[in-house]
Write a protein that binds this ligand. Sequence first.
Ligand SMILES: C[S@@+](CC[C@H](N)C(=O)[O-])C[C@H]1O[C@@H](n2cnc3c(N)ncnc32)[C@H](O)[C@@H]1O
Length: 232
Amino acid sequence: MTPVIIGPATLHLGDAYTLRPTLGFHDADVTDPPYAFRASGGGRYRKARRKLMDQIVAEQLDKGFDMAVIDPMLCGAAIVFAHNEQLPALLSRLNGHFHRHALCIWQKTNPQPVANKHYRPDVEFYVHAWNRGYHPAGNLAELLRVSRIGAPRGPARFGHATTKPDALMSKILANVRGETVCDPFMGTGSTGVATIRAGKRFTGIEHNPAHFETAVARITAAVAELGRAAAA
Ligand SMILES: C[S@@+](CC[C@H](N)C(=O)[O-])C[C@H]1O[C@@H](n2cnc3c(N)ncnc32)[C@H](O)[C@@H]1O
């Protein structure tokens, strides 16, 4: 499939595991892959989030991903979101393949007002791992590990069950060193929008045609916005 090229962004509709090895070295892979967790079962949490959880199950966003797709030969740094229960395996993989890593936290200012026999869903995790020369960028304020930001609601989800907020992705991009970013599981293109706004080049992969079209539209708008700002 021919990629869609939008200024400094190249978007591929297809499979991450087949395509990512063919796309060459990027300064960073920044990605929010499918989480691995038990989405079945009942409880107040499931009831409160029925529509979202049904979408998550239908799109298999609860089945995890093959961590081998994060290849230290293909990126200087990796920033990877993970569910609580994926962290031991993810930390082990990144610790073994990169020079250093840090566990970072997105604390939601608007968590769902529910809990089962577990904690409230008020945090998500990501791991930033890097090799020499690709350590985190940013000033002191930008180098905090905890970000307190609201989760997208309604139209800001762009029809996706697990859209990441623009403010969080912009904070993360401020910590990325280098000029090229790849997201093998780009969903609606949140990493791409933040990458374009940060003035870097973006490569994205998504296998769901509806989410791919959303990413094309969002990144087209981000590139146009940058063009208008440059012309002003
Ligand atoms: C957690 S979501 C990413 C959401 C994204 N951060 C956003 O803000 O829109 C993971 C995405 O990976 C996609 N995906 C899952 N397996 C894939 C694969 N093998 N190849 C390409 N995309 C895949 C899913 O369709 C989903 O949109």
